[in-house]
Each structure stands twice: as C-alpha cells, then as structure tokens.
Design a protein around this ligand. Sequence first.
Ligand SMILES: C[S@@+](CC[C@H](N)C(=O)[O-])C[C@H]1O[C@@H](n2cnc3c(N)ncnc32)[C@H](O)[C@@H]1O
Length: 216
Amino acid sequence: MVQPGYDQLASLFGSAHEKALSEGTIVEPPSMKDFFGLTKSMNSNLINILNEHKMTGKRFIDLGSGIGWPMILANLGAGMVSYGIEARLVEFELSKRVIQILGQSTTLDSHPFYGNFFPPDFKVGYMDKWRFVWDIPGELRRSRPYEDMGLNLSDFSVIHFYQYNRNLPAVMDYISQRASPGTLIINPTNQVKGLEFPKNFKKIESSYDAAIFYLD
Ligand SMILES: C[S@@+](CC[C@H](N)C(=O)[O-])C[C@H]1O[C@@H](n2cnc3c(N)ncnc32)[C@H](O)[C@@H]1O
C-alpha cells in the first residue's frame, strides 16, 4: 500500500478537525489555532525519520499528544501503531474525535489517552512551578493512562516529546529511567539543544532540525 505523504495527511487532518469542531460539542483549544502555522511544520520530518529507522509495525507514543497530529503522522505516514497521552481535556477530546472521523475513511490505528504521562510512582518534585504536577485537577491526578492502554513506557519503540522548556529535564529523566534500551527518542524541534542529556541518551546525527537519540 502506498502511504500518503505529509501534505496529503495535513489536508485530511485539517478537514477532520473542521468537521469535529463543526459538530459543536467540542471546544476549539487555543493550540488548534496554531496548527496550520506552527505545529504542522514542527512535525514535518517525522514521517521521514520513522521510515529511515524502519519503524513500520512498531509502537509509537507521543508524550503530551495535544491535538493528535504526530500520532496520525506516525500511523498513516509511517505505519506505526500510535498512542498518545494528553493532560488537557480539550486537546484530548478533539484528538479523540478527529481520530474517530479519520478512522471512517482510513485504516487509522491511533489511540489517544487522557492523563498525566508521568506515572504516579515517578517523582517529579523539582518541577514545583508546574501546574500539571502540583495543581492537578482531581480527575487528572486519578487518571491512569498506562493502565488504560495496558502498556508501559518500556513497550514503545519510539518515544516522541515536544514539551515546555522547563519540563524537558524531567521528561528526559523519565524516558532515561523507564524506556527500553534501543528505543528511538525524537524531540521534533531540537528544543533540547544545549541541555545536558541523560547518560544513556545516545545522539544520532541527523540532517533534520530535530534531536534524535537511541537509548543505550
Ligand atoms: C507543545 S504541545 C505538543 C503537542 C504534540 N505532541 C505535537 O508535537 O504537536 C505539549 C503538550 O503536552 C501536554 N502535556 C504537558 N505535560 C503533560 C503531562 N505531564 N501529561 C500529559 N500531557 C502533558 C500539554 O497539555 C500539551 O498539549
């Protein structure tokens, strides 16, 4: 089967969003307004990176999956079974509905989950100004996305994260401690440039404007 390219997927994704929002039950998240400017182009290399690393058929997870775009690229563009965890309900609801809509006309195999991507037993105390940790609404605190999906971080071949800068060290620590050796790690905009990486993060040189590692 020929996989659709990036532009074709962006167009499919845009139409599905329009349909989801026109139904009137889902509020448009502020991040959606950025989609055709910022977010869309930030993930423009993802399909190529995944295909170059021969990831078809393997599992992909997006930590903080937002409105779902990287999950859809990983599945329809690179044949990975994709998952995402998102803490903001408006983003999560929209990604879920868009995936349902796209599933009616494609073979989409993407699974968004609501919750905190840091499991309760992972300590992130030094992120003390971070609202998702200390100001977590009860529902989010009680969420158990890994239990809901029946998988742990170590079950994924690719981990994708694009996060607020102050959260990056904690996210990298989490991946460093809980993912499996050999996992491909993708930070799509190379926003981690200049930061200290965990020792088991081995940088893969790439011509893309992305930071790519494998876990030793
Ligand atoms: C910059 S957006 C990236 C969206 C998408 N991954 C992309 O690359 O286009 C970061 C997302 O991570 C979510 N997020 C931040 N911390 C989280 C956490 N601990 N658990 C789940 N989602 C989180 C935010 O709500 C936001 O939607």
